[in-house]
Design a protein around this ligand. Structure first.
Ligand code: GDP
Ligand code: MG
Length: 196
């Protein structure tokens, strides 16, 4: 069964942040079809119950308490990004809502990789003064024969972005928790450096 509590409420009801209580908003960004919702469904703990009691593709917000390095953190994962949004309202919401961002592309889709660069630039523009943790995520790494973006290109891009990099496969559940744990660690590093 699904451990995550998916909410049908809109994103603005969950954008309040409180890093002192280890409550963080993590936003998924990326082109349509790269696997954001597939990654979110794994986060919700419902990977084994696709289409059962957890309405994953209808739900866009999932709050989950996770334990990373013996410390808990409550993560609200927002899968609300819509690249085709005309109004730009939701896009702006997403760009402001995150304490951290997962910028996802598909290793099988070069256009989605180029889109990731645009998103990084957009984020930098919107959040100029903030030092928000970002992980560049190359998803679908199981599809080796369809690969269009090499792992070295991904790594090099992350250097330019000044962010972390990981390749994942939502389909094989490969590196997905490394990604979520990694963003929690990044958030803590930032928290601890602010406290110091
Ligand atoms: P979104 O638009 O970014 O939310 O992408 P979805 O999560 O809806 O995924 C788009 C399609 O890619 C779906 O058919 C998924 O089953 C498939 N998909 C997502 N992640 C992976 C992956 O890691 N490997 C493979 N082979 N397919 C994936
Ligand atoms: Mg989706």
């Amino acid at each position: 069964s699904c451990r995550g509590s998916w909410s049908s409420e809109s994103a603005d009801s969950v954008i309040s942040t409180d890093s002192s209580n280890n409550l963080y908003n993590v936003v998924l960004l990326g082109e349509n079809g790269v696997g954001k919702s597939a990654l979110a469904s794994i986060f919700a703990g419902a990977a084994d119950s696709m289409g059962s009691d957890c309405d994953l593709y209808g739900g866009e917000v999932c709050e989950q308490t996770v334990t990373v390095d013996d410390e808990t953190a409550t993560i609200t994962l927002l899968d609300t990004w819509d690249p085709q949004d005309e109004s730009k309202w939701t896009q702006d919401q997403c760009m402001h809502a995150g304490d951290a961002y997962l910028i996802v592309y598909s290793i099988t889709d070069r256009a989605s990789f180029e889109k990731a660069s645009e998103l990084r630039i957009q984020l930098r523009r919107v959040r100029q003064s903030d030092d928000v943790p970002i992980i560049l995520v190359g998803n679908k790494c199981d599809l080796v024969r369809c690969r269009e973006v090499s792992i070295n290109e991904g790594r090099a891009c992350a250097v330019v972005f000044d962010c972390k990099f990981i390749e994942t496969s939502a389909a094989m559940q490969h590196n997905v928790w490394d990604m979520f744990n990694g963003i929690v660690r990044q958030l803590r590093l930032r928290r601890d450096s602010k406290e110091a």
